[in-house]
Design a protein around this ligand. Structure first.
Ligand SMILES: O=c1[nH]cnc2c1ncn2[C@@H]1O[C@H](CO)[C@@H](O)[C@H]1O
Ligand SMILES: [Zn+2]
Length: 341
């Protein structure tokens, strides 16, 4: 571990709320709400919430969200989990973060999508009061949900624009649900003026990245690991200035790449593709942003200049109110100066 990496100012654009729940919090909420969990100890619970080393696909990876979701069905739970995630990130020196979640995965006990968003927003706002961090929300549409339900999610997101929500996303099983199924959903998002990011090129090919940009209005791409398959799509991203939200540990676990050695993050950075560094899911992937930065330092020869470059790119690509960006950039510059980099 390098001490200076701990102290680097950080920014995260791709982080799922339900993939980042503290196991201890799941234990306490299940106790409080009388939810029966099939784990006898905190260690066992923690191992159920993490992806096993044997994971072979995104579909298998996605099964790990069922347990935390059982404990994310009330305003209390959502508010607390959101606050804790923002506090955990602030502790790592994350200065700006976008937290994403699918409102319709949290309606099992009768909450509406708007109530879900309001609860998460309240938790994030509480963390902002106590720590030096700005946090915004991205509303996720799920690939296996109907177009109608996803349109409802987009309309709910629109209600919270400039009240914490800054974008919408499409997530879930990419291999079985191609992006074009939800073209009309993101057409609506565009009409409502909501910025779009789309998970693509993770469990599907580079063609999904093209579809996301050309037909679903994506301004950023979640993962985009398989961009290397098609030089024309890479050129499209450069021309339109569309960056990738890369999550190296998660990408190896879901087998978007076979191994760390084969991960293209360094290649993309060298070739002028916009690269940002993210965790995806802190608990499910057993990581945090500091671990990801250390991984990049040790396995991908990331130096201070590279970390600065990805941070500047992430500030540019952030969906936050544009007037906050100069202030954010200044904060990063001050911290870099303190570190002498
Ligand atoms: O890397 C990913 N790729 C695709 N879908 C994901 C990934 N991580 C999480 N989710 C999905 O997004 C939902 C809402 O947060 C999670 O429940 C999970 O199903
Ligand atoms: Zn993701």
């Amino acid at each position: 571990m390098n001490e200076w990496i701990n102290r680097l100012p950080k920014i995260e654009l791709h982080c799922h709320l339900d993939g980042c729940v503290r196991p201890q919090t799941v234990a306490e909420i299940s106790e409080r709400e009388g939810i029966e969990l099939s784990a006898d100890s905190l260690d066992e619970l923690t191992s159920w919430m993490r992806v096993p080393p044997s994971c072979t696909s995104l579909v298998e990876y996605l099964k790990r969200f069922e347990l935390p979701l059982q404990c994310m069905q009330t305003p209390y739970a959502l508010e607390r989990i959101a606050r804790e995630l923002a506090e955990d990130a602030a502790y790592e020196n994350v200065k700006y973060m976008e937290v994403r979640f699918a409102p319709h995965l949290h309606t099992r006990q009768g909450m509406t999508a708007a109530e879900v968003i309001a609860s998460v927003g309240a938790g994030l706002a509480a963390a902002e009061k106590n720590a030096d961090i700005i946090v915004r929300m991205i509303v996720i549409c799920m690939r296996h949900h109907s177009v109608e339900l996803n349109m409802e999610a987009v309309r709910a997101a629109a209600q919270f624009l400039s009240k914490g929500v800054v974008g919408v996303d499409l997530a879930g099983d990419e291999a079985n649900y191609p992006p074009e199924l939800h073209e009309s959903v993101f057409q609506l998002a565009d009409e409502l003026g909501i910025p779009v990011t789309i998970h693509a090129g993770e469990a599907g090919g580079a063609n999904n990245i093209r579809t996301a940009v050309e037909r679903l209005h994506a301004r950023r791409i979640g993962h985009g690991v398989r961009l290397y398959e098609d030089a024309e799509v890479a050129q499209l991203l450069r021309e339109r200035n569309v960056p990738l939200e890369m999550c190296v540990t998660s990408n190896v676990q879901t087998k978007a790449v076979d191994s760390f050695e084969k991960h293209p993050i360094r290649l993309y950075l060298n070739r002028g593709i916009g690269v940002t560094v993210n965790t995806d899911n802190r608990t499910v992937s057993d990581t945090d942003l500091t671990k990801e930065y250390n991984l990049l330092s040790h396995r991908f020869q990331f130096k201070a200049a590279d970390f600065k470059k990805v941070a500047v790119r992430a500030i540019e690509a952030a969906f936050v109110e544009p007037e906050l960006k100069p202030q954010l950039l200044r904060k990063f510059q001050e911290e870099w100066e303190k570190l002498g980099i």
